[in-house]
Design a protein around this ligand. Structure first.
Ligand SMILES: NC(=O)c1ccc[n+]([C@@H]2O[C@H](COP(=O)([O-])OP(=O)(O)OC[C@H]3O[C@@H](n4cnc5c(N)ncnc54)[C@H](OP(=O)(O)O)[C@@H]3O)[C@@H](O)[C@H]2O)c1
Length: 345
């Protein structure tokens, strides 16, 4: 077997010298290097910002969605949406393990895993698209993928249905980062709070902010808000358009008695939501931009433009123990587990 680089740079075709994520093309030949894992892929969980964009471009037509996805992988050797730059993750079965990894990892051929690194850097081939589950951003395929030595993964737990685990693991960084950011007594706003990552953030925020804290859920549609209200994960539920910064700001001013929020978490899968997060944050507060539709330029210049001295955290999808945190919520809360099972499993 050929010797590979731990970060997968040996697979980068263009531009030369970059890592696989920013590369525009990677080598998706499925003959593995000595430090790679070959995965027989079952399902792709496409990142929400990416899938929303693909659906919009395809005007919801499933055959067109398949065509766009196959085109992305043909061009790039990985499923990295050229518009959003984002990927997603996958579940599959370990088919082969490189010789240099033997005895060094807790995996064996036949194990079912979810990769926790983005599809935007994962060499992939799609032989066939079997099923597109449009409502949950999941696509069943026949295909193979490569996990690099540095790539993180989770063995699928036996007590949680696979598609449920896949959905929750896709956004595992969000609740785990929430745990790191929320302090007792904080006022926390989650934009896109009724979505998959948003509810998990609300759940952790409510636990940690405690009785003295205030947790606010903002999402676009009244109908979704009403469904989430039943879960009891927030103190306030507000329907508002996160692209309308002034509308959001006024509603947040109203429920916080003009004090605004210590922490705002942005989980909206659409672009142009930076300013509603920034305006809703109090001076020296923090915004955690989990959304992949966030523009660094809009956030940085936007905050400066309104004279806001706030911390802005880029939504690193990884923090230690993130997969355990996310799966644990499904074990801890029957309400959330039932809700997610109905939607995703
Ligand atoms: N940082 C990372 O590592 C990482 C990893 C995974 C995902 N992400 C990103 O995280 C974001 C959220 O993912 P998700 O899976 O939680 O998505 P999701 O389930 O689609 O949730 C997004 C929520 O935002 C709502 N929304 C859409 N437009 C809105 C608007 N104008 N105003 C207010 N709410 C609006 C959606 O409502 P409707 O359903 O009614 O449209 C939905 O409830 C995406 O951008 C995704 O790419 C980041």
């Amino acid at each position: 077997m050929k010797k590979g680089n731990p970060y997968g740079t040996h697979r980068v075709i263009e531009p030369k010298g970059v890592l696989p994520q920013p590369a525009t093309k990677v080598d998706n030949n499925m003959e593995i290097y000595d430090n790679e894992i070959l995965i027989d892929v079952q399902t792709l969980n496409i990142d929400s910002a990416s899938f929303t964009q693909i659906c919009d471009q395809a005007q919801g037509n499933v055959e067109k969605i398949k065509e766009i996805m196959l085109g992305i992988v043909k061009d790039r050797g990985k499923h990295q949406n050229p518009v959003t730059g984002s990927g997603g993750m996958l579940i599959g079965t370990v088919e082969k393990i490189g010789s240099a990894l033997e005895g060094k990892i807790d995996l064996k051929v036949g194990d079912k895993i979810a990769t926790l690194v983005s599809l935007s850097l994962t060499p992939l081939i799609i032989d066939d698209i079997i099923n597109v589950r449009k409502n949950i951003d999941q696509v069943d395929i026949k295909g193979k993928a490569i996990l690099f030595e540095s790539g993180i993964y989770a063995k699928l737990p036996s007590d949680i249905p696979e598609n449920l685990a896949l959905s929750v693991l896709d956004v595992a960084g969000a609740p785990a980062q929430t745990v790191k950011l929320v302090k007792e007594g904080n006022t926390v706003l989650v934009l896109g709070g009724a979505g998959k990552s948003g509810i998990l953030c609300l759940y952790e925020a409510k636990k940690l902010a405690g009785n003295a804290g205030k947790v606010i859920c903002i999402d676009y549609s009244e109908t979704t808000i009403e469904k989430v209200r039943k879960l009891g994960v927030a103190d306030y539920y507000i329907a508002a358009d996160a692209t309308n910064a002034i509308e959001v700001y006024e509603k947040v001013m109203n429920v916080t008695n003009g004090k605004l929020c210590d922490l705002v978490i942005s989980c909206v899968s659409r672009s142009n939501c930076e300013m509603s997060a920034i305006l809703s944050t109090k001076d020296e507060g923090t915004v955690y931009f989990f959304s992949m539709a966030t523009s660094f330029t809009k956030a940085a210049l936007g905050a400066e433009g309104v004279g806001k001295d706030i911390n802005m955290v880029i939504g690193n999808g990884y923090t230690k123990g993130h997969s355990d945190t996310a799966l644990q919520i499904m074990r801890e809360s029957k309400e959330l587990s039932d809700y997610y099972t109905k939607l995703y499993a």
